[in-house]
Design a protein around this ligand. Structure first.
Ligand SMILES: Nc1ncnc2c1ncn2[C@@H]1O[C@H](COP(=O)(O)OP(=O)(O)OP(=O)(O)O)[C@@H](O)[C@H]1O
Length: 493
């Protein structure tokens, strides 16, 4: 308990900071020397500039520190020693990146792209904190590998664990590739492709089950595929059904395909399998202590019992709607039930989970992206990858658990869930609810795993608790106004 207690900071104490020492070092991988010669294993440091002290001043929210300042700071994951111009990218791609105001590559982009683009192509497993630009990294690699003189010929395939993430990646490809003519991208997600018609697109983004189906039905000609990307690779490979589908898809592709695996997390047990999935891969790794994004203020509320959680959630509603918020719950049923109760209590909230049909899911997320809906209740289906920069608050209504009978805290899912805020250098707040010993122990187990300093919000002094959260949210609002996300509105066609 003492160890756990040391992870908690009372609201009136300044949060302790972890030692975010720079640890960039390149070394040869030690595995399979003969097959692996030349594979680089690089540790990407996890240091993020303390945004609290970065010049985002109160009370007028005059934002003095811009993204370029943040990117100039070597101690952040947004810094890269390389420029886009050094990477041998095509003019069209460079124009696309710059049009999105991606002025410089982030660390994962700067490090992974030269490795991914080297010839002969080599596999890659890249880890970097949530919201640090992994999507743009692999999208740029895909768009560099495709031969656009054959726009109808499938050449690159990206897999993602949810339709929402696949759609989002499709949007990023269209946004970065906007000057490439002709650029054809297909979304292989349930209900999106006409049945039994060949897919005539150079790039395909989809969920593993649908992609497996269209290959089997010979709708997708994979004979000239050059690149396979698995986004959220640890998650897909670790799930029984999806892991099998990914493997089957891979086995149906030419043996020469370049395999690129991306995620913010690669737990040890999946990491080993991932290296088998992508043999001889270059690897960019983070230390476990580097995984949290420092711009996210991580807080928790100790609720007296399960019923109080709902009351506390309603009390937080005003704060949730200053920016945008995502509430994570364990089951679809509880998402529906909480939405029903909140709406009945006069709040405007929507729910999104896998029981809705595909079009409804697309529409719900689009409305959320456009700010039409400000509060979204969801399950782990949206825990990973979804990028909406104006999300300033994430609530873990239920602490994520894994294993049979919820026996263990799901530390990776916690990290991905809270990563829906604090995107690319922005600040954000996460509030986790605990209400009994099990949930308390689970949260503190997660805090210990990553060395997180959790701040306890005292609901006995609600004004103080509210002020504390509001402070972070206002900074997020100021940042969003100052530097709106370039791809927030990059919609899939
Ligand atoms: N070089 C860049 N300069 C400025 N903004 C960028 C750059 N690269 C990416 N971004 C923006 O950063 C945000 C986060 O990027 P992205 O969604 O790729 O993160 P991620 O690392 O894939 O996150 P996650 O782990 O949650 O999947 C996006 O809004 C994107 O537009």
């Amino acid at each position: 308990m003492s160890d756990l207690a040391s992870r908690i900071t009372k609201p009136d104490e300044p949060a302790k900071t972890t030692d975010w020492a720079e640890s960039v070092e390149a070394e040869e991988t030690k595995q399979q020397p003969e097959a692996d010669a030349g594979a680089a294993e690089v540790q990407v440091d996890g240091a993020v500039e303390e945004l609290g002290g970065s010049g985002l001043h109160e009370p007028d929210w005059d934002v003095e520190v811009s993204l370029s300042d943040l990117q100039a700071n070597e101690a952040t994951p947004f810094h890269s020693a390389t420029q886009w111009q050094d990477m041998g990218l095509s003019e069209d791609l460079l124009k696309g990146l710059l049009a999105l105001k991606f002025l410089k590559p982030s660390k994962v982009q700067g490090k992974s792209l030269p490795l991914m683009l080297s010839d002969p192509p080599r596999n890659m497993m890249a880890q970097s904190q949530s919201g640090t630009g992994k999507t743009a990294a692999f999208v740029t690699a895909i768009l560099s590998r495709v031969d656009f003189t054959k726009p109808d010929q499938p050449q690159a395939l990206a897999l993602a664990p949810s339709r929402e993430l696949a759609r989002q990646i499709e949007g990023v490809i269209n946004a970065i590739g906007r000057f490439i003519e002709p650029l054809k991208v297909a979304a292989a997600i349930p209900g999106a492709l006409p049945r039994d018609q060949p897919v005539r697109s150079a790039v395909i983004v989809g969920t593993p089950g649908t992609v497996q189906d269209i290959i089997r039905r010979r709708q997708l000609d994979v004979s000239q595929l050059k690149v396979l990307v698995l986004d959220e690779a640890d998650n897909m490979l670790d799930q029984q059904g999806m892991g099998d589908q990914c493997l089957r898809v891979k086995n149906l592709l030419p043996k020469t395909v370049q395999i690129l695996l991306f995620s913010a997390t690669f737990p040890d047990k999946v990491g080993a399998y991932a290296m088998k999935f992508a043999p001889n891969a270059h690897s960019l790794k983070l230390q476990r202590s580097e995984l949290t994004v420092k711009g996210i203020s991580q807080m928790f509320i100790d609720c007296a019992d399960d019923n109080i959680k709902y009351d506390v959630l309603c009390k937080l509603y005003g704060l949730m709607t200053i920016g945008q918020s995502v509430i994570f719950v364990k089951t679809r049923e509880s998402a529906n039930e909480i939405q029903r109760r909140m709406v009945a209590d006069g709040h405007k909230v929507s729910a999104l989970h896998a029981a809705f049909d595909g079009n409804e899911r697309d529409e719900l997320l689009n409305k959320f992206r456009q700010g039409e809906n400000k509060v979204l209740i969801t399950t782990n289906v949206l825990a990973r990858g979804i990028d909406v920069s104006t999300v300033s608050m994430v609530i873990n209504y239920d602490i994520p658990m894994k294993g049979r009978g919820d026996s263990e805290p799901d530390a990776e899912t916690y990290l991905h869930r809270i990563g829906r805020t604090g995107r690319f250098g922005r600040v954000g707040v996460s509030i986790s609810f605990v209400y009994d010993k099990k949930s308390y122990d689970a949260l503190l187990g997660i805090a210990n795993t990553y060395g997180i300093d959790l701040v306890r919000l005292d609901t006995d002094d609600w004004d103080e608790a509210e002020e504390r959260v509001k402070e972070v949210i206002k900074k997020n609002r100021a940042q969003a106004a100052y530097a709106p996300s370039a791809t927030d509105n990059a919609k899939a066609s």
